[in-house]
Ligand binder design. Structure first.
Ligand SMILES: C[S@@+](CC[C@H](N)C(=O)[O-])C[C@H]1O[C@@H](n2cnc3c(N)ncnc32)[C@H](O)[C@@H]1O
Ligand code: SF4
Length: 393
């Protein structure tokens, strides 16, 4: 039994919403699962899109151009860019309510402007994106739900037919009305960072966080989806594996199921030095993305077999920070390599501009001379150790 079972969501949430508990129960599977919890998922899962599977002829042509220019660039070690991006990050804010110790937003280490984007700026940016962009990742550093225009941003992106995903620490929808608004906004996927099955373990990384808020929020979202008979947003829990929480695997799986999540992924931790590794990395190496750490030696990640040392993502994605500044990728956390500002410049002059081209070339020449590329996940194996699909398991 986990500590939240006695505040079962159906009792606390559905009643507060005036939907009789019995009615709710008859809509959902009334069976208890093998752990004895009520199974709340009563709808088929939402299907995520793959931005790399073309649905139209122009999407096919764009992917073809990306593939060809990337192939030629890798072969000749000279940067050519013919296609346009299919994935874009937009960062609503770099500010955060929590103080996660390995996150530069949480520790206050970001030196770039810490601000919130407003809806007008968001609209200008989205209107400038090429139609090749299919997936909008509405986060980077910081907590997206701190932005008051966030829901309006999602609705606008949905009008533009983008597949919208965000990542959140889950502290801002414990109010049922807010959860309903999120479901109504049409957002496709919500990644909720939840790496602890009890408060003591949770707060070791999510400093300043309150697990019961997150749990309540996820229950609200799931209940709202059930009430509106919608399968979106896909509720995707993400548990970062650390020394102190790996024993909670089973508990977390049960908790996720009981809250009505769709998926739970176990993600390996990113560190920047071995001191952090000593403090947070699990001792079991199969649960990390690093080769065994050697004190004072550079960290070494486990690499995939093909294209392990090359970066492909600069040919199909980009990151727009909360002040409009474009970074080549999300590992440029402090925007040290700005390639233009989309609030004041056109998309094409950035994507095909000299600065972006120079950056791509620098990576083709010697990727690992850049410090940010040493921490990057491109080419790395074992980013996720396991994903539980609650619709199947
Ligand atoms: C910087 S956060 C911003 C979004 C939001 N505030 C959140 O925590 O989900 C983006 C992602 O990085 C993850 N993250 C934070 N610290 C991490 C670490 N040390 N290693 C791997 N992922 C980490 C978060 O869990 C989240 O999925
Ligand atoms: S909640 Fe997200 S943005 Fe905030 S400090 Fe933690 S990882 Fe960073």
């Amino acid at each position: 039994m986990n500590q939240f079972e006695n505040q079962n969501n159906s009792d606390s949430i559905i009643k507060s919403d005036n939907t009789p508990f019995a009615e709710m129960n008859s809509q959902s599977h009334s069976d208890k699962n093998h752990h004895g919890y009520r199974q709340l998922i009563n709808r088929p899962p939402a299907k995520p899109i793959s931005p790399f599977l073309p649905r139209t002829f122009s999407q096919f042509i764009n992917l073809f151009k990306i593939g060809v220019s990337l192939g030629i660039s890798l072969l000749l070690r000279k940067a050519y860019t013919w296609g346009n991006p299919v994935i874009t990050h937009i960062e609503p804010t770099s500010l955060c309510n929590l103080r996660c110790p390995l996150c530069p937003s949480g520790t206050g280490e970001l030196t770039r402007k810490r601000t919130r984007m407003n809806f007008d700026q968001f609209r200008i940016i989205v209107d400038k994106l090429p139609t090749s962009v299919r997936m909008l990742l509405l986060w980077n550093q910081g907590e997206p739900f701190l932005v008051k225009d966030f829901m309006q941003m999602v609705s606008y992106a949905k009008q533009k037919k983008l597949y919208v995903v965000t990542s959140t620490n889950g502290h801002f929808f414990r109010n049922l009305e807010t959860a309903k608004n999120i479901v109504q906004s049409g957002i496709d996927e919500l990644i909720v960072s939840l790496d602890g099955a009890d408060q003591e373990s949770y707060q070791k990384y999510r400093i300043g966080g309150n697990l019961s808020y997150v749990v309540q929020g996820i229950r609200n979202l799931s209940a709202s989806k059930n009430q509106m008979n919608l399968n979106k947003p896909l509720i995707h829990l993400q548990f970062i594996l650390m020394k102190h929480n790996i024993v909670q695997r089973e508990q977390m799986i049960d908790l996720g199921r009981e809250m009505g999540a769709d998926k739970l992924s176990f993600k390996t931790l990113q560190i920047v030095n071995w001191q952090q590794g000593n403090q947070f990395l699990p001792e079991d190496h199969s649960l990390t993305r690093y080769k065994p750490l050697i004190e004072s030696e550079p960290l070494q990640t486990k690499r995939r077999r093909f294209f392990a040392d090359d970066c492909l993502r600069l040919w199909y994605s980009m990151v727009i920070n909360c002040d409009g500044q474009v970074s080549p990728c999300c590992f440029d956390k402090d925007a040290e390599f700005p390639v233009g500002n989309l609030l004041s410049t056109s998309f094409a002059s950035i994507w095909r501009g000299e600065s972006f081209k120079k950056f791509r070339q620098q990576l083709l020449d010697s990727r690992f001379e850049l410090e940010m590329c040493q921490d990057c996940t491109e080419g790395v194996r074992n980013l996720f150790t396991e994903t539980i699909d609650y619709h199947k398991n």
